[in-house]
Design a binder for this molecule. Structure first.
Ligand code: NAD
Length: 451
């Protein structure tokens, strides 16, 4: 019997004891997780720096801080979330009451990517624990230091039959996928998402797929240009563009093109300095393969700013390419790097059509002061989630479930969304025995004739 099979069986047996369903057990687990993260904060910051050259500021604000806030929010609300919800009962069911019980699925598999290797591993785990599941967590092999610190932390905190980290790459992932899980939560690329869904279908295991895609950012002629430039530069170049909800490309109104681009250049300098490649805290591209993939885009359109790179350090300057069309290679797939292509437009209907001709984006951003323009875009385009007059920020609100639609993903999490994702909604009707209404039964005296 292989190791993974034994591990999954151990978790199934542990889950059946019922201990993980006890709300005080869940709360205790989350509190211990929070305390251990706080205690190991410096180790995670160092690991993230070694893996991706993340600055301490980014490591805390986009990974550790986000996760601690998610635990705080969950602890504040968990006792109310776990209560059975009494719902209405129709008059036809007189005598009975109706309830919905949030029930843990059992043993969950969480597969995480490398771009926010701490946040995207722990945030789903918080939901899995809160809902009362056991969990096997497979972090990314491309960020080995963070995955190692994560593995050690979980091993010290929890018995493996409750939460366990499995290290490894594609083979480990595929070996795990041969097992029968009760829930699979995957964050990663669209092609691998398809593999996960196919594997899950063999056991009819429900899945959440947090995938990617090309997220448009529209800057309309009436936008607040200075703020738009600042908020887009922040969302695009954070983590060197390796963010699933980063603005992938810009739809920029012709009338404000020059003014916007000049502001954008200025603000990028303010945020990253004159020579970002010399900045010791500028995030690197995760691997040589991704670095080389990004290099091939640099001859698309016209170079407006940036374009420099350091092959040894695997860093690429914040870059803007203008005169881009949908035919350019940079527009074929998610970029996942600090290169921003710009498509110009005059008529918003061209923008909407351009987006419609491509898969549903994970995120969409619209910068405009006009309520009707904002409304038109929201009504006409289907996307996972997004912002009006901002970028990326929506994912940091525990009140907004975060996920994709169509090929950018299925399901959502964060805040109560995480608890719901890892819970089955069990509907129960509780009937009275004091009386019995006869009309639903067939009438034997009249045969089974129509009434
Ligand atoms: P990836 O799909 O290559 O890998 C993700 C995980 O799947 C890793 O743990 C990896 O080991 C595993 N994996 C890879 N190939 C596999 C296979 N053939 N079979 C089984 N498992 C396999 O993704 P990545 O490169 O780590 O991350 C980047 C992608 O993730 C981007 O597309 C990005 O948009 C997406 N992403 C989405 C979100 C979101 O919340 N929607 C967040 C971050 C990243």
């Amino acid at each position: 019997m292989n190791h993974y099979h034994t591990l999954v069986n151990k978790q199934k047996t542990y889950f059946r004891t019922g201990i993980t369903k006890d709300v005080t057990y869940r709360i205790d687990a989350l509190q211990r997780l929070r305390d251990a993260i706080r205690k190991n904060e410096q180790s995670f910051i160092r690991a993230l720096n070694e893996d991706l050259n993340k600055s301490e500021f980014e490591a805390y604000s986009t990974e550790i801080g986000v996760v601690l806030e998610e635990i705080r929010f969950t602890l504040e609300h968990l006792r109310s979330w776990v209560k059975p919800k009494k719902v209405k009962t129709p008059i036809t069911h007189v005598g009975s009451n109706s309830f919905i019980y949030a029930e843990p699925y059992g043993v969950a598999l969480v597969i995480a990517p490398w771009n926010y290797p701490f946040q995207l591993a722990i945030a789903p785990l918080i939901g899995a624990i809160a809902a009362g599941n056991c969990t096997i967590l497979k972090p990314s092999e491309l960020t080995p230091k963070t995955s190692e610190v994560l593995g050690n932390l979980i091993e010290d905190l929890f018995p493996e039959e409750y939460v366990s980290v499995v290290q490894g790459g594609v083979e480990a992932s595929q070996a795990l996928l041969n097992e029968k899980f009760d829930y699979i939560f995957f964050t990663g690329s669209v092609p691998v998402g398809k593999i996960i869904m196919e594997a899950a279908s063999k056991h009819l295991t429900p899945v959440t797929l947090e995938l990617g895609g090309k997220s448009p950012c529209i800057v309309h002629e009436d936008a607040n240009i200075k703020l738009a430039a600042k908020r887009i530069a922040w969302g695009k170049f954070m983590n060197a563009g390796q963010t699933c909800v980063a603005p992938d490309y810009l739809y920029l109104h012709k009338k404000i093109r020059n003014e916007f681009l000049e502001q954008f250049k200025e603000i990028t300098k303010e945020l990253y300095g004159d020579k970002p490649l010399n900045n010791p805290n500028y995030t690197r591209i995760v691997s040589k393969r991704h670095f080389e993939r990004l290099q091939t885009f640099l001859n698309n359109g016209e170079l407006f700013m940036g374009g420099g790179s350091n092959e040894v350090g695997l860093t690429i300057e914040p870059t803007v390419l203008t005169n881009i069309t949908w035919e350019d290679s940079i527009m074929q797939d998610e970029i996942f790097g600090p290169i921003l292509p710009v498509i110009e437009y005059e008529d918003l209907s061209d923008v909407i059509e351009g987006i419609h001709n491509h898969p549903n984006p994970l995120a969409l951003y619209i910068f405009s002061e006009s309520e009707s323009i904002q409304r038109d875009v929201l009504n006409d385009v289907s996307f996972g989630g997004g912002c009006i007059n901002d970028t990326v920020y929506h994912i940091a609100s525990p009140y907004l479930p975060f996920g994709g639609v169509g090929s950018s993903g299925t399901g959502a999490y964060h805040g109560k969304g995480s608890f719901d994702t890892f819970s089955h909604q069990k509907s129960v009707l509780k009937q009275t025995t004091l009386f019995d209404i006869p009309f639903r039964y067939p009438n034997v005296r009249n045969g089974l004739k129509k009434l």
